[in-house]
Ligand binder design. Sequence first.
Ligand code: PLP
Length: 371
Amino acid sequence: MNVPLVDVKAAYLRHKDAIDAAMRDVVESTAFIQGPHLRAFEEAFAAFCGTRHAIGVGSGTAALHLALAAAGVGAGDVVAVPAHSFIATIEPVSWLGAKPRFVEIDPQTGAMDPAALKNAIDGVRAVLPVHIHGRPADMEQIGAIAADAGVPVIEDAAQAHGAEITRADGSVVRAGGHALAGCFSFYPGKNLGAFGDAGAVTTNDDDFAAAVRRLRDHGRTSKYEHEIIGYAHRMDTLQAAVLHAKLGTLDADNQRRAELVADYVSALDGIGDLWFPPETPGRRSVYHHALVRTAHRDALLAFLKQRAIGAGVHYPVPLHLQPAYEFLGYQRGDLPATEAWADECLSLPLYPELTAAQHATVVAAVTDYFA
Ligand SMILES: Cc1ncc(COP(=O)(O)O)c(C=O)c1O
């Protein structure tokens, strides 16, 4: 049995009627650029995140670009980021003329370690934690350290739609609502996936929201008046319609992901050297990846491939060791916890439509490998 890493087609078929109708609506209205369908999705996604604003943009990378620009990050600035992420976390930092400063991760969670941030905060202009694999970073401590230093935090929530933290005061805050801004990706394989590129910036700050809206659309104040030099980073309205049609099941889909991962954990944790990073108390992951660690990662990956099981690696080369960032002067050994995750992490197939038979096929193959 073939088990893909993600199954975008299955998600489409489950929402087919709603998606087809929503796309037809946009086509018949010919309101392809911004317009009422985009506004409706923005309102619905802001409500989902519990934020005052959600601004639809062209991709998760564009969301990061706009949020960093609106936060005032520019030439010569330093932005604190983890190196255990996808390269899109730092490309916009570079586009703005700023530099990433890589902060070690917490080996238990894979996300930015607040203690390491504290040591690295001097001279930083903004802090950019990543809710990697759908697991929330420690936003309370990170927020406190950044507030002490007087610098903004921008969440890379590209993998974390709906992830939650129960804060010390008992309030429950979703990814995208902890800081000045949250940046989401709706790349097709994400927990909420479009039919192409799309993203969003969330914020509770009205002025910041207005700045992001202006920057995403050529710095416009009216059709042919441009107050600032902006970007062409609008969300395609057809994508907004697709996303709106799928948003209604996102909480249930995230719950299904959690159940499937719990089943992987109970069947596989501790077999050989397999280790599933546990949930952190008070933080609810949305399991963008079914992440497991093993020192036998590459051999297990090859074995699963032979059995037509589409496991993945997110991500094999940490950002501080990417050739494109060699000029920063980092070396292997600089971030041992980050490097260990990159060497050992494996993502098992995971999507809400994964069947019991597919799940059992994956479990049997992994068990066979270690036998
Ligand atoms: C952690 C992270 N940041 C940023 C991005 C960029 O998002 P996009 O591919 O929508 O530009 C992604 C997704 O690809 C991601 O996983």
